[in-house]
Design a binder for this molecule. Sequence first.
Ligand code: 1GP
Length: 247
Amino acid sequence: MSRAWETWDHVLKVDPDKELYGEETFADVCQTGTDAIEIGGTFDVTTEKMERVMEACARHDVPLYQEPSNPAVVVDDEALDGYLVPVVLNAQDPFWITGAHKEWMRIDNGDVDWDRTTTEAYIILNPDADVAELTDADCDQSPEDVAAFARAAEKLLGQEIVYIEYSGMLGDTDVVEAAAEATAEATLFYGGGVHDYDSAYQMGQYADVVVVGDLIHDEGADAVRETVEAARDASADAADVVDAHSD
Ligand code: 1GP
């Protein structure tokens, strides 16, 4: 699979189970300037809801990925650029580490499109999030623990994406910084509670990719556009710092 995410600063995650903001349409959702749209949610996701969002977004020029929350909702659609499949490193329910994946392989019986499929190594850190409840995640992790998870993901497990997930709350920058320092090759995603320019910039200083979810449903495309701008600025400023050090 091409590692498109290596060039991304921002991802917009659309939950097929949630309504769009006000009178907004998927045309608005697709025109925030984000690098890619990930379609996925935790509860009550069905293939019908997934397909409805995919069809609507496919009419617009934005890379489209499915993040399947369980093997039953993987949608085979040409419009998709790929599948980003969560593996939850700190799940205490093993279904979310290998069980769901094994089930998917059994259902698809060798027909998986490997050129469009990769995994995201999740570390879930908000105990109140639906996804923490679903996976029984052990969210009691220090920055050192998260760095160790990130290193294990990259070096031992060969993961190309490490995903710090605070879904629903803005996370601890010390944790995100520790994960950034622990990863060299992997692309670091951060998601959770990003709601404006400052919060996106704060996380974008350390994460390679800032993921924004609820904001599109709660405040709409203009609010998301600000976070795209911040993620770009943070990435450009971080590149300047690296250049200055190498001069
Ligand atoms: C959720 O990481 C994403 O999977 C984004 O979180 O909805 O809190 O923005 P929010």
